[in-house]
Design a protein around this ligand. Structure first.
Ligand code: TYM
Length: 344
């Protein structure tokens, strides 16, 4: 669906991370690292810890605040600067929920029924899932559009949700006769970190919810654990490292390790194969472990420092909430007018 009158307002980034479970290498390469690169490139960015999303599934109430703080700590430890970017908690900006409700009345059941994440997360027992889990992508559209964000850095698993956000934006503009009011947000997905797979099964996404600890590298893992997990990562029985990128076809575990190396080193799969093609895994895996440790250990150290004295995090989140509210307020006011709500 494309707009007749294109959006012509400022360009800005929004992205979010759920405070559920430990952050892993997939979250880092698919999302956090991109946030920091975009900040360095001078983009205006809003980055939120999406606690409203976290309650769509059963969760531990007393742990939510700490988990929220941990994600904020990770964002800051990776290099997001609260003075340059806006780091905040979703539930501190009430306009998200108000816009989500309005969007619930714009989005169609049929659009949501296509969402594969709901099917995956609700499993066989969809009838017992929360209504919130079903409407999750509508809230995600509100997260983005309440700031009129134009670009959204995410991993590949979020592609379908971004398509829904574009649909909602286009339909709102059309239904309420406000052409170009909302942008159709573009996902920023490309790059070797877009889809990091499990270290135990190259056909499955690296995920917080995988019961096997050895399937993922957590941002809080220490150096020895990272090295051990990489050493034990599954490969295959098809011999040494492939000599060409094409030869990675049919070798998903190997392709994943090459992709991780490329994403961490900021290079391409071709360059990794050029360096390691034909060599044994006994050479490649230690090199990958060294690279991962070099990248992640400063982040882990900084995360621990921030969490030891959380006042700095809490100050950043308070300031972030203020900045985010200041952007969202005038937009939600215009939405209220567009949909015909009573003005007091
Ligand atoms: P979440 O919390 O599951 O994941 C956070 C980010 O990490 C990316 N990611 C991955 N990237 C590469 N490989 C992987 N294996 C991998 N696993 C996770 C995700 O794509 C995401 O970018 N619905 C979102 C949170 C959200 C959001 C938003 C994102 C809520 N509102 C608005 C963008 C804009 C989620 O559950 O992400």
């Amino acid at each position: 669906m494309s707009e007749q009158t294109p959006y012509s307002g400022p360009q800005r980034i929004l992205s979010g991370i759920q405070p559920t479970g430990n952050l892993h290498l997939g979250n880092y390469l698919g999302a956090l690292k991109k946030f920091v690169d975009l900040q360095s490139a001078g983009w205006e960015g809003l980055y939120c810890v999406v606690d409203l999303h976290a309650i769509t599934m059963p969760y531990d109430v007393p742990a939510l605040k700490d988990q929220t703080r941990q994600i904020a700590a990770a964002m800051m430890a990776c290099g997001l600067d609260p003075d340059e970017s806006t780091i905040f908690v979703q539930s501190s900006v009430r306009a998200h929920t108000e816009l989500a409700w309005i969007f619930n009345c714009v989005a169609r059941m049929g659009w949501l029924e296509k969402m594969t994440q709901f099917k995956d997360k609700s499993g066989k027992d969809a009838e017992r899932s929360s209504v919130g889990l079903f409407a999750y992508p509508v809230l995600q559209a509100a997260d983005i559009l309440v700031y009129k964000a134009t670009h959204v850095p995410v991993g590949e698993d979020q592609k379908q949700h971004l398509e829904l956000s574009r649909q909602v934006a286009a339909r709102f503009n059309q239904q309420f006769g406000v052409p170009g009011f909302f942008p159709e947000p573009q996902p920023l997905i490309e790059g070797p970190g877009a889809r990091i797979m499990s270290l135990k099964d190259g056909t499955k996404k690296m995920s917080k919810s995988d019961p096997a600890e050895t399937s993922r590298i957590n941002l809080i893992d220490d150096e020895a654990t990272i090295a051990k997990k990489i050493k034990k990562a599954k490969t295959d029985t098809l011999g040494d490292m492939p000599e060409t990128v094409e030869a990675m076809e049919g070798r998903p575990e190997v392709a994943n390790l090459v992709g991780i190396y490329a994403a961490l080193a900021g290079t391409s799969n071709e360059a990794v194969i050029e360096e390691f093609g034909g060599k044994g895994f006994g050479t490649f895996k230690p090199a990958l472990a060294d690279l991962a440790v070099a990248h992640l250990s400063p982040i882990t150290t900084e995360m621990r420092r921030l969490l030891d004295d959380p006042a700095e995090i809490d100050r950043a989140l308070a300031k972030g909430a203020e900045k985010a509210n200041a952007v969202a307020e005038p937009i939600i006011e215009d939405v209220r007018k567009a949909v015909g709500f009573w003005q007091v």
